[in-house]
Write a protein that binds this ligand. Structure first.
Ligand code: FE
Length: 341
């Protein structure tokens, strides 16, 4: 996420473009917690193809949820976009979505990657994986999430804070699979294994592995893949030393999260919101997101580009996104209790 300062400034700038007066049929108002420049190209293509202008308000997911709640029935929001199923669940819990029934969405988005009631849909996948120092760690030492909590990694793990929704969703998945007690023990083990108190984002953890601060880091897949395929020489050097492992949960596969969206309950431009959501799940859009942000497509029919394809063959755990997303409060409690700051 960019800094709060930036996102607040952006919200302040963008708000004028998205006043409630915009209730005509040629706009769609997007509240998005995704902050990738490559998404803008998607919106521009949507506008070219449909004539519908995309107004965008960008912010942190909780800020956007608070804003939609405060705006109430008069909210201009049509589509809420977030980069984690946990954030979508929070918006859903706040009663901000309406169910959408769409044959197009159902055919493109596997059932495990959307809300069973149709209130939100994933349009890209991201795996929460392990980046490890290839000189000091053997791949078989990081092939299972359970191993991260063992004595092998005492003082060797870098991971961001417990307010990261990505970590909450991972721990939520463990609770769903293992139950609260075994997960609490895992959380305590990981806290005991931290090389330093949590600081920074996922990329900072990967860089800390290369710098010798820790031997393993927990990260979302696309951060590593972007560093490995990007133009930055220093980042590229990091990924020469640091490799990526896709740990398994109970031998069933890697924890996979989504970026996705839900149509606002009070959307003034509902049809355009559904149209944009369908557009985001189109094969072209999924390929664009994979190409530009190194996320994995949700649809098995969409071929990822070369840089992503090399990593796309992993086994994904079949757990539904809705199942771990709703475990967030329990995950937060377990992490707080263990002193995961
Ligand atoms: Fe991210």
């Amino acid at each position: 996420m960019r800094s709060t300062l930036f996102s607040l400034a952006f919200v302040a700038l963008a708000v004028t473009a998205c006043a409630p007066a915009d209730r005509d049929d040629k706009v769609v108002n997007v509240y998005t917690a995704r902050h990738y420049d490559s998404d803008l190209a998607l919106y521009e293509r949507f506008t070219r193809e449909t004539g519908v202008k995309v107004n965008r308000i960008e912010g942190k997911p909780d800020e956007l949820v608070a804003r939609m709640k405060a705006e109430g029935a008069g909210s201009p929001a049509d589509l809420f976009i977030a980069a984690d199923a946990g954030a979508l669940w929070r918006a859903q819990q706040a009663g901000l979505f309406q169910p959408v029934a769409s044959k197009v969405l159902d055919s493109r988005v596997p059932a495990s990657l959307r809300d069973p009631g149709g209130e939100w849909y994933g349009f890209s996948r991201r795996a929460r994986v392990v980046a490890y120092d290839a000189a000091r760690v053997k791949p078989e030492e990081v092939d299972d999430y359970a191993k991260l909590a063992g004595p092998r990694f005492r003082g060797k793990i870098c991971v961001r804070s417990s307010d990261s929704i990505y970590n909450l969703s991972l721990v939520g998945a463990l609770i769903e699979a293992w139950g609260p007690e075994r997960t609490a023990a895992w959380v305590r083990g990981v806290v005991a294994n931290m090389a330093r108190p949590p600081e920074g984002g996922d990329r900072d953890q990967i860089r800390a592995v290369a710098a010798g601060v820790c031997e393993v880091a927990i990260t979302n897949s696309y951060y590593y893949l972007r560093m490995a395929s990007g133009a930055d020489a220093a980042d590229k050097a990091v990924t020469d030393k640091v490799k990526l492992a896709f740990p398994s949960l109970d031998g069933k596969g890697t924890h996979v999260n989504i970026a996705g969206a839900g149509v606002a309950k009070t959307a003034p431009n509902r049809d355009n919101a559904v149209r944009l959501l369908e557009f985001l799940t189109s094969p072209e859009s999924q390929a664009h997101i994979a190409e530009n942000n190194a996320e994995f497509p949700v649809s098995p029919d969409v071929e990822p580009p070369g840089s992503v394809k090399a990593y796309a063959g992993f086994t994904a755990h079949p757990m539904g996104a809705a199942a771990f997303a709703r475990r967030q409060p329990e995950a937060q409690a377990a992490m707080s209790q263990a002193g995961w700051r």
